[in-house]
Design a binder for this molecule. Structure first.
Ligand code: TYD
Ligand code: MG
Length: 451
């Protein structure tokens, strides 16, 4: 007989409470606990998360290390982010806003290996005909690629039994459901049940499973974080839907680093890896505009040249507006304060908009100098020279500090035709083709670039 136990799980943080409470004991949010039947405690149906071979203790030296070796998908930029490819038996969640290109990416990722082996694409959103037409158009009609239009976990598991795929894509985890769990599809309880069933199957059979997850504007994936700990890898697929550039990054990765960035361009023939990201990011740059500075940033193992833009305008508000895209809000506030205190450049009482062009996010302090110059350039309405890149961290005293990988960053700048770099005094010598303008502090840097 099934033993039914109900618990209360928080919609926001996933915390569990035995009884309903008005306020979540985990995150403190009000009215966030929802009752759910714990699927895993039904007797005899406990979800098994460990592979059969892992149940007996083994001397560590006898454990098969090859089991966790990634296999390339054949989509270069995806393999770059994954550190080589998908690990057999692993579960990867690909999150992104509707329309960003998740279904396209995963169809393209299934196709290469489907010429040699069986794979399975479960589409719970689009009909088999729709997927077939897309596969036609993208050149993904590989003989081993099997298609199932279904919406229940049982149907997925039965199809896995039949096809014996090495890779399974479930599109999406919010539209497939386990009817026994008794929640509506897409609810936290369902999403967890589906992911747990897929994870158990993946580990048991050594199938590389990829779950597609729709993410809302504020980044929630069916109630934030309900899936993150159930899967091995979480990839986030981002970009501006109206712009062709798409960025893929690892938010969590059990098998490797999370720093690599994958870059794609969405076009007529689906997603293509971007060969020259800096060239693409700077493609629409208009030299001579005030408030724009190019900065070479490190993204994983790559150097990207990004354009940092600032727009400073008079405000009608008592609390001036700060709108920031792709940059750290805290650092922006800090740079505004440093400009005010040490460089006699007051933007603190003005509206400030700051952004990185192309939808790239930059978190490293190396962008400080470029952002500070962009702010000053906009406030004085004078452009800084077009052949110049800026690189350096700005301290609270206005002093400039050198950043890592300076020679590599400048070599990439030289390749793209930049001739001068404004750098902290202590920075290593620039590579051939770049002349260094060295400054001990931000005030001197402003003078050197004519601001
Ligand atoms: P899709 O992969 O369906 O997005 P998601 O699964 O994340 O919702 O693709 C979304 C958009 O991409 C769609 O609006 C059409 C566009 N697109 C192209 O521009 N070229 C193509 O070759 C394909 C397949 C899609
Ligand atoms: Mg889709």
């Amino acid at each position: 007989m099934a033993r039914v136990r109900t618990t209360h799980r928080c919609r926001s943080c996933g915390a569990v409470a035995a009884r309903w409470q008005g306020r979540c004991p985990g995150c403190g949010e009000w009215d966030a606990l929802v009752e759910q039947v714990e699927a895993a405690v039904r007797q005899g149906t406990a979800v098994r998360l460990v592979p059969a071979t892992g149940e007996r203790p083994q001397p560590i030296g006898e454990v098969d290390a090859m089991g966790a070796v990634p296999r390339p998908t054949g989509v270069g930029e995806l393999d770059r982010v994954l550190g080589g490819g998908l690990v057999p038996g692993s579960v990867t969640l690909v999150g992104g806003e509707p329309g960003i290109g998740k279904s396209t990416l995963l169809l393209q990722a299934l196709a290469p290996r489907s010429h040699r082996e069986a794979t399975l694409l479960v589409s719970a959103e689009e009909s088999a005909q729709q997927v077939r037409r897309r596969a036609d158009r993208l050149g993904c009609l590989a003989p081993g690629l099997h298609l199932l239009a279904a919406t229940t976990t049982d149907a997925v598991l039965a199809a896995v039994d039949e096809v014996q795929p090495t890779m399974l894509v479930v599109d999406s985890v919010q539209t497939v459901a386990d009817p026994e769990v008794g929640h509506t599809p897409g609810s936290p309880g369902q999403v967890r049940a589906v992911a747990a069933a897929m994870a158990a199957m993946a580990k048991r059979r050594g199938v590389a499973v990829v779950l597609v997850g729709h993410v809302t504007k504020d980044g929630d994936l069916a109630g934030p974080r309900v899936l993150e700990h159930l899967v091995d890898t979480v990839l986030s697929f981002e970009g501006d839907r109206h712009h062709a550039l798409r960025l893929l990054r690892a938010v969590k990765h059990r098998f490797g680093a999370t720093g690599e960035l994958g870059l794609f361009e969405m076009g007529e023939r689906g997603l293509q890896g971007v060969e020259d990201p800096s060239g693409m990011l700077l493609g629409d740059r208009q030299p001579g505009i005030a408030g724009a500075v190019v900065v070479p940033v490190v993204e994983g193992s790559r150097i990207l040249l990004v354009e940092v833009q600032a727009l400073v305008t008079a405000t009608t508000l008592s609390n001036p507006r700060r709108s920031v895209q792709g940059l750290d809000t805290g650092r922006l506030a800090q740079l505004i304060a440093v400009l005010h205190r040490h460089c006699a450049t007051n933007v603190a009482t003005l509206d400030v908009h700051a952004a990185v062009a192309g939808g790239v996010r930059v978190n490293e302090p190396a962008v400080d100098l470029g952002l500070a110059l962009a702010l000053a350039s906009s406030s004085k309405d004078r452009a800084i020279p077009a052949d110049l890149v800026a690189l350096g961290e700005v301290g609270l005293g206005g002093e400039l500090r050198q950043v890592g990988s300076t020679p590599r960053r400048l070599a990439e700048a030289a390749r793209l035709g930049f001739r001068r770099a404004i750098l902290p005094r202590s920075a290593p010598p620039p590579p051939p083709g770049i002349t260094a303008l060295r400054a001990p502090d931000l005030a001197t840097a402003l003078i050197l670039v004519g601001l």
